[in-house]
Design a protein around this ligand. Sequence first.
Ligand code: GDP
Ligand code: MG
Length: 317
Amino acid sequence: MSGTPREIQLLKYKDDGSFDLDVVALQSVLNRDDVKDLPVVLFSVAGPFRTGKSFLLNYFLRYLHSPVFKGEKGDNAKPLGEDSEPLGGFTWRGGSERNTVGLLIWSEPIIKTLENGDKVAVLLMDTQGLFDSKTTMRDCSIIFALSTLLSSVQVYNLKENLQENHLQFLQLFTQYAKAADNGEELKSFQNLLFLIRDWSYYDTHPYGSKGGDSLVAKRFEVTKDLSTDMVELRAQITSSFQKISGFLLPHPGFNVLKPQFDGRLSDLEENFKTYLLELVTLLFSPSNLVPKKINGQTIRAKELSTHFNVFLELFKS
Ligand code: GDP
Ligand code: MG
């Protein structure tokens, strides 16, 4: 890919409002000579509008470009970037509400050498307008399912708490996963991370991964007061993913509300930065850099667009 790194929209809309995959756009990212034969590790962030998804992805980008991630030594590693640098990357704090769903990928895969010497291509994917646009629930589920099927880790980004309706949405789209797994009893989806932003009940579940996992365990617990539907919902979600975990982030502080806020690190609360660093360190740790497998086969970059299209056509039919 030549030119400035940027986000690339992967959906091509037709006059009747339906969409196709923009194969050319996707291949421009994946068919680069140094990328095309590498296994892919795709991280996706999805969830409701204005929950800080794109903002977070931009800190992922910073971390992935830091010497810490690359394994280079240095005294001044700055894993989250420079203090006073405005936050660039995926378009964030987008003002107007979108009417169409977007699925975006960062144009520059980050090539990482794993501990065993193998190289992988790390890709980041953003979603827009999933729960709040005029798009039908069916289209939203298709996009959510598609991004989950293609990712090694799907970050389900939610504000304040993990509620029953968030789980109901997951159940809706796991039906698509069942359709995609060729009738084999494979868990089609890899890792799901419930990321709760602006968490405030830290007395009950502490910030970070420990509290996140305990919150998720609590929400998935099958207790006597759950209806049959609620029990079924939990079973269906757990049976679709290989791993489900949680993470609780504190509020970033009220600077984020100021019109002049440009995302710089120095405007964020210390506590938020501490857990943001914990999150990226965990998310991009060697154990999470799991190449994407579909039906047991490791997927190489050049093969991803074929799978993408197959899933999309399957879901649309
Ligand atoms: P997206 O629509 O989910 O992609 O949200 P954006 O990343 O565009 O962010 C929307 C707004 O939320 C921006 O003004 C951010 O500064 C702000 N923001 C980012 N992270 C957080 C967070 O963790 N909590 C809160 N309350 N606001 C955040
Ligand atoms: Mg966004």
